[in-house]
Design a protein around this ligand. Structure first.
Ligand code: UD1
Ligand code: UDP
Length: 357
Protein backbone atom coordinates (compact mmCIF):
# COMPACT_ATOMS: atom_id res chain seq x y z
CA UNK A 1 0.00 0.00 0.00
CA UNK A 2 1.48 3.34 -1.08
CA UNK A 3 0.50 6.45 0.83
CA UNK A 4 -0.01 9.61 -1.22
CA UNK A 5 -0.39 13.01 0.36
CA UNK A 6 -2.27 15.19 -2.14
CA UNK A 7 -2.17 18.97 -1.86
CA UNK A 8 -5.02 20.96 -3.36
CA UNK A 9 -6.22 24.48 -2.68
CA UNK A 10 -7.60 26.29 -5.74
CA UNK A 11 -10.66 25.70 -7.93
CA UNK A 12 -8.99 23.97 -10.90
CA UNK A 13 -7.26 21.58 -8.51
CA UNK A 14 -10.57 20.39 -7.12
CA UNK A 15 -11.66 19.51 -10.67
CA UNK A 16 -8.45 17.58 -11.33
CA UNK A 17 -8.38 15.88 -7.93
CA UNK A 18 -11.97 14.70 -8.36
CA UNK A 19 -10.81 12.26 -11.04
CA UNK A 20 -7.90 10.67 -9.21
CA UNK A 21 -9.49 10.68 -5.76
CA UNK A 22 -12.54 8.86 -7.16
CA UNK A 23 -10.36 6.28 -8.90
CA UNK A 24 -8.30 5.63 -5.78
CA UNK A 25 -11.48 4.76 -3.93
CA UNK A 26 -12.54 2.12 -6.45
CA UNK A 27 -11.96 -1.61 -5.84
CA UNK A 28 -9.18 -1.69 -8.41
CA UNK A 29 -7.00 0.76 -6.53
CA UNK A 30 -8.14 1.07 -2.94
CA UNK A 31 -5.85 -1.70 -1.71
CA UNK A 32 -2.86 -0.34 -3.56
CA UNK A 33 -3.07 3.33 -2.66
CA UNK A 34 -4.12 5.33 0.34
CA UNK A 35 -4.72 9.02 -0.39
CA UNK A 36 -4.64 11.72 2.25
CA UNK A 37 -6.20 14.88 0.84
CA UNK A 38 -4.97 18.21 2.15
CA UNK A 39 -6.77 21.48 1.34
CA UNK A 40 -4.49 24.48 1.81
CA UNK A 41 -7.46 26.82 2.09
CA UNK A 42 -6.21 29.04 -0.76
CA UNK A 43 -9.79 29.18 -2.09
CA UNK A 44 -12.42 29.20 0.63
CA UNK A 45 -15.71 30.80 -0.52
CA UNK A 46 -18.47 28.22 -0.74
CA UNK A 47 -18.74 28.53 -4.52
CA UNK A 48 -14.96 28.50 -4.98
CA UNK A 49 -14.44 25.40 -2.84
CA UNK A 50 -17.18 23.43 -1.00
CA UNK A 51 -19.49 23.27 -4.00
CA UNK A 52 -16.87 21.24 -5.90
CA UNK A 53 -16.48 18.73 -3.07
CA UNK A 54 -20.26 18.34 -2.77
CA UNK A 55 -21.17 18.11 -6.46
CA UNK A 56 -18.19 16.10 -7.62
CA UNK A 57 -18.20 13.81 -4.58
CA UNK A 58 -14.60 14.57 -3.72
CA UNK A 59 -13.72 13.06 -0.34
CA UNK A 60 -13.61 15.58 2.48
CA UNK A 61 -9.97 16.63 2.97
CA UNK A 62 -8.33 15.06 6.01
CA UNK A 63 -6.69 18.41 6.76
CA UNK A 64 -7.54 22.02 5.92
CA UNK A 65 -4.60 24.36 6.45
CA UNK A 66 -6.85 27.45 6.27
CA UNK A 67 -4.17 29.63 4.77
CA UNK A 68 -6.61 31.91 2.91
CA UNK A 69 -5.68 34.90 0.76
CA UNK A 70 -2.63 37.13 0.97
CA UNK A 71 0.55 38.15 -0.77
CA UNK A 72 2.44 35.38 -2.53
CA UNK A 73 5.20 35.13 0.09
CA UNK A 74 2.86 34.99 3.04
CA UNK A 75 0.53 32.52 1.42
CA UNK A 76 3.24 30.21 0.07
CA UNK A 77 5.32 30.50 3.23
CA UNK A 78 2.46 29.61 5.55
CA UNK A 79 1.58 26.65 3.39
CA UNK A 80 5.19 25.51 3.37
CA UNK A 81 5.40 25.54 7.16
CA UNK A 82 2.10 23.72 7.61
CA UNK A 83 2.72 21.13 4.88
CA UNK A 84 6.15 20.31 6.28
CA UNK A 85 4.55 19.68 9.67
CA UNK A 86 2.07 17.31 8.04
CA UNK A 87 4.76 15.48 6.14
CA UNK A 88 6.55 14.67 9.40
CA UNK A 89 3.28 13.45 10.86
CA UNK A 90 1.88 11.47 7.91
CA UNK A 91 5.16 10.12 6.44
CA UNK A 92 3.78 9.61 2.93
CA UNK A 93 5.53 7.69 0.14
CA UNK A 94 4.67 10.44 -2.33
CA UNK A 95 3.41 14.01 -2.37
CA UNK A 96 1.10 14.82 -5.27
CA UNK A 97 0.37 18.27 -6.70
CA UNK A 98 -1.63 19.59 -9.65
CA UNK A 99 -1.06 22.52 -11.96
CA UNK A 100 0.66 25.77 -11.11
CA UNK A 101 -0.82 27.59 -8.14
CA UNK A 102 0.89 28.70 -4.95
CA UNK A 103 -0.49 25.55 -3.31
CA UNK A 104 1.33 23.50 -5.97
CA UNK A 105 4.71 25.10 -5.35
CA UNK A 106 4.40 25.02 -1.56
CA UNK A 107 3.56 21.31 -1.59
CA UNK A 108 6.35 20.42 -3.99
CA UNK A 109 8.96 22.44 -2.14
CA UNK A 110 8.06 21.09 1.29
CA UNK A 111 8.31 17.48 0.08
CA UNK A 112 11.40 17.94 -2.04
CA UNK A 113 13.36 19.33 0.92
CA UNK A 114 12.47 16.19 2.88
CA UNK A 115 13.39 13.92 -0.06
CA UNK A 116 9.82 12.76 -0.50
CA UNK A 117 9.20 12.10 -4.22
CA UNK A 118 6.94 14.71 -5.79
CA UNK A 119 4.31 13.77 -8.36
CA UNK A 120 3.37 16.68 -10.62
CA UNK A 121 0.23 16.32 -12.69
CA UNK A 122 0.03 18.76 -15.61
CA UNK A 123 3.81 19.00 -15.93
CA UNK A 124 5.56 20.71 -18.83
CA UNK A 125 3.17 23.58 -19.42
CA UNK A 126 4.91 26.84 -20.29
CA UNK A 127 3.90 30.36 -21.29
CA UNK A 128 7.53 31.57 -21.17
CA UNK A 129 6.26 34.62 -19.34
CA UNK A 130 8.10 34.54 -16.03
CA UNK A 131 6.10 37.52 -14.79
CA UNK A 132 3.15 35.17 -14.32
CA UNK A 133 3.06 33.64 -10.83
CA UNK A 134 1.82 30.44 -12.47
CA UNK A 135 4.89 30.22 -14.73
CA UNK A 136 7.20 30.58 -11.74
CA UNK A 137 5.24 27.94 -9.85
CA UNK A 138 5.21 25.40 -12.66
CA UNK A 139 8.84 25.79 -13.73
CA UNK A 140 10.05 25.35 -10.15
CA UNK A 141 7.68 22.49 -9.43
CA UNK A 142 8.74 20.56 -12.53
CA UNK A 143 12.37 21.00 -11.58
CA UNK A 144 11.91 19.31 -8.19
CA UNK A 145 9.42 16.61 -9.19
CA UNK A 146 10.25 12.91 -9.53
CA UNK A 147 7.17 12.04 -11.60
CA UNK A 148 6.20 14.50 -14.29
CA UNK A 149 2.85 13.59 -15.81
CA UNK A 150 2.48 15.64 -18.97
CA UNK A 151 -0.81 16.10 -20.82
CA UNK A 152 0.55 16.53 -24.36
CA UNK A 153 3.59 15.85 -26.55
CA UNK A 154 4.23 19.59 -26.60
CA UNK A 155 4.63 19.52 -22.82
CA UNK A 156 7.06 16.59 -23.10
CA UNK A 157 9.11 18.54 -25.67
CA UNK A 158 9.21 21.59 -23.44
CA UNK A 159 10.47 19.54 -20.50
CA UNK A 160 13.12 17.98 -22.74
CA UNK A 161 14.31 21.47 -23.76
CA UNK A 162 14.96 22.11 -20.06
CA UNK A 163 16.85 18.83 -19.70
CA UNK A 164 13.97 17.10 -17.91
CA UNK A 165 13.52 13.60 -19.29
CA UNK A 166 13.62 11.31 -16.24
CA UNK A 167 10.29 10.36 -14.74
CA UNK A 168 8.42 12.09 -17.57
CA UNK A 169 5.27 10.38 -18.86
CA UNK A 170 2.67 11.45 -21.36
CA UNK A 171 -0.71 10.44 -19.95
CA UNK A 172 -3.18 12.87 -21.54
CA UNK A 173 -5.07 15.54 -19.69
CA UNK A 174 -6.83 14.72 -16.46
CA UNK A 175 -9.28 17.58 -17.08
CA UNK A 176 -10.47 15.69 -20.15
CA UNK A 177 -11.23 12.68 -17.91
CA UNK A 178 -13.18 15.04 -15.65
CA UNK A 179 -15.17 16.63 -18.46
CA UNK A 180 -16.14 13.24 -19.95
CA UNK A 181 -17.22 11.84 -16.60
CA UNK A 182 -19.10 14.82 -15.20
CA UNK A 183 -20.81 15.98 -18.37
CA UNK A 184 -23.08 12.94 -18.02
CA UNK A 185 -24.20 14.01 -14.57
CA UNK A 186 -27.31 16.15 -14.60
CA UNK A 187 -26.81 19.61 -13.17
CA UNK A 188 -29.39 21.94 -11.73
CA UNK A 189 -30.33 23.43 -15.17
CA UNK A 190 -28.58 26.72 -14.71
CA UNK A 191 -29.28 27.59 -18.34
CA UNK A 192 -33.04 27.19 -17.93
CA UNK A 193 -32.87 29.34 -14.82
CA UNK A 194 -30.85 32.11 -16.52
CA UNK A 195 -32.97 32.09 -19.68
CA UNK A 196 -36.11 32.38 -17.58
CA UNK A 197 -34.68 35.31 -15.69
CA UNK A 198 -32.90 37.26 -18.44
CA UNK A 199 -34.84 36.25 -21.61
CA UNK A 200 -32.18 35.24 -24.11
CA UNK A 201 -31.56 32.42 -26.54
CA UNK A 202 -28.01 32.35 -27.88
CA UNK A 203 -25.26 33.51 -25.58
CA UNK A 204 -21.51 33.61 -25.01
CA UNK A 205 -19.71 32.71 -21.81
CA UNK A 206 -16.80 34.62 -20.26
CA UNK A 207 -14.41 34.17 -17.35
CA UNK A 208 -11.67 36.55 -16.21
CA UNK A 209 -9.33 36.08 -13.27
CA UNK A 210 -5.65 36.26 -14.31
CA UNK A 211 -3.62 38.70 -12.25
CA UNK A 212 -2.21 40.30 -15.41
CA UNK A 213 -5.77 41.28 -16.41
CA UNK A 214 -7.47 41.92 -13.09
CA UNK A 215 -4.68 44.01 -11.58
CA UNK A 216 -4.26 46.28 -14.58
CA UNK A 217 -6.97 48.90 -15.00
CA UNK A 218 -6.31 49.42 -18.70
CA UNK A 219 -6.38 45.72 -19.55
CA UNK A 220 -9.48 45.03 -17.46
CA UNK A 221 -11.33 48.02 -18.96
CA UNK A 222 -10.41 46.96 -22.50
CA UNK A 223 -11.69 43.44 -21.91
CA UNK A 224 -14.97 44.63 -20.41
CA UNK A 225 -15.46 47.20 -23.20
CA UNK A 226 -14.67 44.56 -25.82
CA UNK A 227 -17.21 42.16 -24.32
CA UNK A 228 -19.70 45.03 -24.40
CA UNK A 229 -19.33 45.22 -28.19
CA UNK A 230 -20.16 41.56 -28.80
CA UNK A 231 -23.68 41.27 -30.25
CA UNK A 232 -24.70 38.51 -27.83
CA UNK A 233 -25.63 38.30 -24.18
CA UNK A 234 -22.52 37.28 -22.27
CA UNK A 235 -22.74 35.28 -19.07
CA UNK A 236 -19.88 36.18 -16.75
CA UNK A 237 -19.50 34.02 -13.62
CA UNK A 238 -17.35 36.46 -11.74
CA UNK A 239 -14.24 35.37 -9.83
CA UNK A 240 -14.06 37.20 -6.45
CA UNK A 241 -10.71 38.69 -7.40
CA UNK A 242 -12.20 40.29 -10.52
CA UNK A 243 -15.25 41.51 -8.66
CA UNK A 244 -12.98 43.28 -6.20
CA UNK A 245 -10.90 44.87 -8.94
CA UNK A 246 -13.90 46.07 -10.99
CA UNK A 247 -15.15 47.83 -7.87
CA UNK A 248 -11.73 49.25 -7.06
CA UNK A 249 -11.20 50.64 -10.58
CA UNK A 250 -14.82 51.82 -10.84
CA UNK A 251 -15.34 49.92 -14.10
CA UNK A 252 -19.00 49.52 -14.93
CA UNK A 253 -20.28 46.53 -16.82
CA UNK A 254 -22.17 47.00 -20.14
CA UNK A 255 -25.78 45.87 -20.42
CA UNK A 256 -25.20 42.73 -22.48
CA UNK A 257 -23.06 41.21 -19.73
CA UNK A 258 -24.94 39.10 -17.21
CA UNK A 259 -22.82 38.95 -14.09
CA UNK A 260 -23.41 35.94 -11.85
CA UNK A 261 -21.64 34.31 -8.90
CA UNK A 262 -18.91 31.74 -9.66
CA UNK A 263 -20.50 28.46 -10.66
CA UNK A 264 -20.08 24.86 -9.63
CA UNK A 265 -18.41 22.60 -12.17
CA UNK A 266 -21.59 20.89 -13.42
CA UNK A 267 -23.29 24.21 -14.16
CA UNK A 268 -20.11 25.49 -15.76
CA UNK A 269 -19.98 22.49 -18.11
CA UNK A 270 -23.64 23.02 -18.99
CA UNK A 271 -23.00 26.64 -19.98
CA UNK A 272 -19.78 25.84 -21.85
CA UNK A 273 -21.41 23.11 -23.96
CA UNK A 274 -24.33 25.34 -24.95
CA UNK A 275 -22.51 28.61 -25.58
CA UNK A 276 -21.83 30.15 -28.99
CA UNK A 277 -18.29 30.94 -27.95
CA UNK A 278 -16.17 31.51 -24.86
CA UNK A 279 -14.02 34.48 -23.85
CA UNK A 280 -11.56 33.53 -21.14
CA UNK A 281 -8.14 33.94 -19.61
CA UNK A 282 -8.46 30.61 -17.76
CA UNK A 283 -6.22 27.69 -18.62
CA UNK A 284 -8.83 25.05 -17.85
CA UNK A 285 -11.66 26.81 -19.64
CA UNK A 286 -9.63 27.11 -22.87
CA UNK A 287 -9.26 23.34 -22.88
CA UNK A 288 -12.89 22.69 -22.01
CA UNK A 289 -13.93 24.91 -24.95
CA UNK A 290 -11.85 22.64 -27.17
CA UNK A 291 -13.25 19.42 -25.62
CA UNK A 292 -16.75 20.56 -26.59
CA UNK A 293 -15.87 22.15 -29.95
CA UNK A 294 -16.72 25.67 -28.84
CA UNK A 295 -14.74 28.61 -30.32
CA UNK A 296 -12.55 30.26 -27.73
CA UNK A 297 -11.14 33.78 -27.62
CA UNK A 298 -8.33 33.89 -25.10
CA UNK A 299 -7.87 37.14 -23.22
CA UNK A 300 -4.11 36.79 -22.92
CA UNK A 301 -0.98 37.59 -24.90
CA UNK A 302 0.25 33.99 -24.83
CA UNK A 303 -1.12 30.60 -23.90
CA UNK A 304 0.22 27.29 -22.63
CA UNK A 305 -2.36 25.44 -24.73
CA UNK A 306 -0.92 26.22 -28.13
CA UNK A 307 -2.40 23.09 -29.74
CA UNK A 308 -5.86 24.64 -29.49
CA UNK A 309 -4.57 27.70 -31.37
CA UNK A 310 -2.85 25.58 -34.03
CA UNK A 311 -6.09 23.69 -34.68
CA UNK A 312 -7.93 26.97 -35.23
CA UNK A 313 -10.36 26.70 -32.31
CA UNK A 314 -8.69 29.25 -30.06
CA UNK A 315 -7.60 32.81 -30.89
CA UNK A 316 -5.34 34.94 -28.72
CA UNK A 317 -6.93 38.36 -28.47
CA UNK A 318 -4.91 39.79 -25.58
CA UNK A 319 -6.62 42.52 -23.64
CA UNK A 320 -7.58 44.67 -26.61
CA UNK A 321 -11.17 45.73 -27.16
CA UNK A 322 -10.73 45.90 -30.94
CA UNK A 323 -8.88 42.58 -31.25
CA UNK A 324 -11.58 40.91 -29.24
CA UNK A 325 -14.37 42.22 -31.47
CA UNK A 326 -12.53 41.61 -34.77
CA UNK A 327 -11.57 38.07 -33.81
CA UNK A 328 -15.20 37.34 -32.97
CA UNK A 329 -16.54 38.87 -36.20
CA UNK A 330 -13.98 37.13 -38.44
CA UNK A 331 -13.91 33.70 -36.83
CA UNK A 332 -14.27 30.70 -39.13
CA UNK A 333 -15.11 27.48 -37.36
CA UNK A 334 -12.64 24.71 -38.31
CA UNK A 335 -14.24 21.63 -39.83
CA UNK A 336 -12.53 19.11 -37.57
CA UNK A 337 -11.74 18.68 -33.91
CA UNK A 338 -8.87 16.19 -33.60
CA UNK A 339 -8.28 14.69 -30.14
CA UNK A 340 -5.43 16.55 -28.42
CA UNK A 341 -5.80 15.66 -24.80
CA UNK A 342 -5.70 11.87 -24.62
CA UNK A 343 -8.47 9.33 -24.38
CA UNK A 344 -10.06 10.27 -21.07
CA UNK A 345 -8.10 7.65 -19.11
CA UNK A 346 -5.33 9.82 -17.85
CA UNK A 347 -6.12 9.10 -14.18
CA UNK A 348 -5.84 5.31 -14.62
CA UNK A 349 -2.59 5.68 -16.55
CA UNK A 350 -1.09 7.72 -13.72
CA UNK A 351 -2.05 5.14 -11.10
CA UNK A 352 -0.75 2.27 -13.27
CA UNK A 353 2.63 3.98 -13.61
CA UNK A 354 2.89 4.73 -9.90
CA UNK A 355 1.83 1.19 -9.01
CA UNK A 356 4.55 -0.29 -11.21
CA UNK A 357 7.35 1.59 -9.46
C1 UD1 B 1 -5.33 31.28 -8.20
C2 UD1 B 1 -4.05 30.77 -8.89
C3 UD1 B 1 -4.26 30.75 -10.38
C4 UD1 B 1 -5.50 29.94 -10.74
C5 UD1 B 1 -6.70 30.46 -9.96
C6 UD1 B 1 -7.89 29.57 -10.22
C7 UD1 B 1 -1.95 31.40 -7.77
C8 UD1 B 1 -0.80 32.33 -7.79
N1 UD1 B 1 -2.94 31.71 -8.61
O1 UD1 B 1 -5.56 32.60 -8.63
O2 UD1 B 1 -3.14 30.15 -10.99
O3 UD1 B 1 -5.74 30.06 -12.11
O4 UD1 B 1 -6.41 30.44 -8.56
O5 UD1 B 1 -9.09 30.22 -9.95
O6 UD1 B 1 -1.95 30.44 -7.05
N2 UD1 B 1 -10.70 35.27 -3.19
C9 UD1 B 1 -11.88 35.26 -2.50
N3 UD1 B 1 -12.40 34.06 -2.15
C10 UD1 B 1 -11.82 32.87 -2.45
C11 UD1 B 1 -10.61 32.90 -3.15
C12 UD1 B 1 -10.07 34.11 -3.51
O7 UD1 B 1 -12.46 36.30 -2.20
O8 UD1 B 1 -12.38 31.80 -2.11
C13 UD1 B 1 -10.15 36.58 -3.61
C14 UD1 B 1 -9.25 37.22 -2.54
O9 UD1 B 1 -9.46 38.59 -2.59
C15 UD1 B 1 -7.87 36.87 -3.04
C16 UD1 B 1 -8.05 36.91 -4.55
O10 UD1 B 1 -9.36 36.41 -4.77
O11 UD1 B 1 -6.89 37.78 -2.60
C17 UD1 B 1 -7.05 36.09 -5.32
O12 UD1 B 1 -7.01 34.74 -4.84
P1 UD1 B 1 -5.68 33.86 -5.04
O13 UD1 B 1 -5.95 32.48 -4.58
O14 UD1 B 1 -4.51 34.57 -4.49
O15 UD1 B 1 -5.46 33.88 -6.59
P2 UD1 B 1 -6.45 33.58 -7.78
O16 UD1 B 1 -6.56 34.81 -8.58
O17 UD1 B 1 -7.67 32.92 -7.29
N1 UDP C 1 -14.98 26.76 -13.30
C1 UDP C 1 -16.14 26.55 -12.57
N2 UDP C 1 -16.92 27.63 -12.25
C2 UDP C 1 -16.61 28.90 -12.65
C3 UDP C 1 -15.42 29.09 -13.39
C4 UDP C 1 -14.62 28.01 -13.68
O1 UDP C 1 -16.48 25.41 -12.23
O2 UDP C 1 -17.35 29.81 -12.33
C5 UDP C 1 -14.16 25.59 -13.61
C6 UDP C 1 -13.85 25.44 -15.07
O3 UDP C 1 -14.89 24.77 -15.73
C7 UDP C 1 -12.55 24.66 -15.03
C8 UDP C 1 -11.86 25.20 -13.80
O4 UDP C 1 -12.88 25.77 -13.00
O5 UDP C 1 -12.79 23.28 -14.86
C9 UDP C 1 -10.86 26.23 -14.21
O6 UDP C 1 -10.49 26.98 -13.11
P1 UDP C 1 -9.98 28.47 -13.21
O7 UDP C 1 -10.45 29.10 -14.45
O8 UDP C 1 -10.35 29.10 -11.93
O9 UDP C 1 -8.39 28.29 -13.19
P2 UDP C 1 -7.28 27.96 -14.28
O10 UDP C 1 -7.70 26.77 -15.05
O11 UDP C 1 -7.10 29.18 -15.11
O12 UDP C 1 -6.06 27.72 -13.46
Amino acid sequence: MKRILTIIGARPQFVKAAVLSRLIQTNIWNKKFEEILVHTGQHYDKNMSDIFFDEMKIPKPAFNLEVGSGNHGKMTGEMLIKIERLLFKVQPDYLLVYGDTNSTLAGALAASKLHIPVIHIEAGLRSYNMLMPEEQNRVLTDRISSFLFAPTQDAIDKLKNEGLTRGVYMVGDIMFDAALFYKEIISENILGFLKGKFYFDKFALATIHRAENTDNKFRLSQIIEGLGLIPLPIILPLHPRTKKQLDLFGISVPQNIIVIEPLGYLSMLELEKNSECIFTDSGGVQKEAYFFGIPCFTLRDETEWIETIEKGWNILVGASRDNLLNAFLNFNKPSNLPPLFGDGNSGSKILEILHNQ
